[in-house]
Design a binder for this molecule. Sequence first.
Ligand code: FAD
Length: 627
Amino acid sequence: MGGGAVLRQSSAGQLGGSGASRAVAASPACGTAPATPTHATAAATPPLTPPSESHRPPRALPHTALPPSLDTRYLIGFDTDAMPTDRCSVLVIGSGIAGLTAALHASRIADVTLVTKSELTDTNTWYAQGGIAGAVGEADSVELHLADTMVVGQGLCDPDVVRAVVTEAAEALAELEAFGVRFDRGQRGEVSLAREGGHSLPRVLHSGDATGAEVQNTLSAAVRDSRRIRLVEDAFLVDLLTEAGRCVGGLVMDQGSHAVMALLADAVVLATGGAGQIYRVTTNPLVATGDGVAAAWRAGAEIADMEFVQFHPTALDSAATPKFLITEALRGEGAYLLDCDLHRFMPAVDPLAELAPRDVVSRAIEEVMHRCGRPNVWLDARHLGAEFLARRFPTITEGCAEAGFDLSRDLIPVAPAAHYLIGGIRVDADGRSSLPGLYAAGECAASGLHGANRLASNSLLEGLVFSRRIVRALARGPRPSRPGRMTATVGGSFGGDPRRVRSQLQAAMSRHVAVTRSADGLAQCAQTLAGLASAVGDLDPYALESRNLLVNAILAATSAQLREESRGTHFRRDHPDRDDEHWRAHIVWRRGEEPYLDPVESDWSGATTCVVPRHESDAGPRWGGAR
Ligand SMILES: Cc1cc2nc3c(=O)[nH]c(=O)nc-3n(C[C@H](O)[C@H](O)[C@H](O)COP(=O)(O)OP(=O)(O)OC[C@H]3O[C@@H](n4cnc5c(N)ncnc54)[C@H](O)[C@@H]3O)c2cc1C
């Protein structure tokens, strides 16, 4: 261990669970500056650029433009004087953890309208299994959580943002409990903490293996109970309205009648989630079509980091869509990955073995799949015992059973699946986008928390904390004046078959912009996507979603083409090394302008103090006494 940091660490630990012992190598986060990582994969990583060298001006990138048919300001024509119009103080779009939290907090200071395109609970949030990270354990600290996040983020995290989020975690999680979310607790009433990949110790609060559903259902009930939140379900945000360079509301289409109305607001909070549907194989539900990112793009907000898409290594390889996720917490409890010879391959790849960061595990799985000529590898949880598995992982047990597998007796076929959009609408530490009046929280935002790779279970936390911060910023800010009449005309009709467009773009993205990328594949993908841009169908929500998918896909594929290095979730076969000299920077886009590289300015040293407990229970209890 280098870096001159103080290190207090117990002897090699064991993860909790029935006998699944595993050497916990000195964590990469514990007392280690990123310059001297203990990760086998990170070992090739050069040190962070010293602060004096990192204050570089933005750099232009080669000329790149979206196909003209996608490069429009509005998707539909309208006249706000000739259509139903409503006003509110705060307009929140999206009903996952970010949107619900924003609405509940904003309702304390303002009247709120919450719009969601499907049912209230139809979100990525509902699907989350593993839990929410927070440095609440006895042996944990904000510094450790910060360090783990920074190491996994591979030089692109914003340390101020990371610090803000991990510091606020304990308070935000306590507030979730106050809303009624039940996290698992031990016999003494201490909160149970699970360990997931990239975390140096158990840190993930969970509600069995259905944490997302518990959070979603609890916050949804609170929103339904609130008299200050007007809830509009089955309403599709088509576009953001802007006047004089400020976001002043949104155009919303009813999913049934296709009638469009204008919702005017002093502030708009986008919480529209990710874009997993740009891939054929994804863990994301059908609502994850990147609408918020595309609408913000059309409205002129900055979009960043779109090349970074996290693949989850262990989705159940079945015919189902979306793919059923098998939480990392199962590997945290001791489940193994086996190749076609039933040989455990991860210990040879990384000292953290099955708990290495997700990009490392996903790439290793892909290599094994390629070597074995199979569409999957095996996940082996049999040694954990039927009783433990059913108690700790009821959702996984049931999901596997539905697909015909007995988790306690069978090897489970798993493969990587697109899981999390790291990039999105660029925001500051208070969730402010570059477009005045527009805020973004959760998976649709690029806040600088995740850098080039997301630390497991930091995303629910991001949505939770950023929404709170946005509302605090709104409470401080002045009230803008109300907009006047707004109109737009849109020329031409689109025609084409959005279903065909969707399936072709998903196939191209899964083939060329997935775990491993190359210049040739990316160029082929860009060509395919450009060819699809003129045939995305009519103006109903499905076709509009397809246009949004194309915008997200093209931004992701083109950014991946531009970034000629490998870092975090972005791995280029033709540029396999990390290149801090040229690429320790965010690729930033704004409609109508050339993309540019914004260098990361950070002097985070990585020095920290660390204790790695031997067992899950050693991590508590410090937070939230017995109930
Ligand atoms: C299977 C799975 C497991 C996961 N497990 C974990 C985990 O254990 N821990 C963790 O931290 N993260 C996990 N994640 C990631 C995490 O769930 C998401 O990143 C997070 O829930 C995103 O929350 P959000 O509020 O930003 O968006 P979402 O929860 O996806 O909500 C987006 C909302 O926006 C609405 N919307 C979208 N477009 C429009 C539009 N045009 N008009 C109106 N409404 C719109 C949607 O209908 C939805 O209500 C998991 C994700 C998946 C898919």
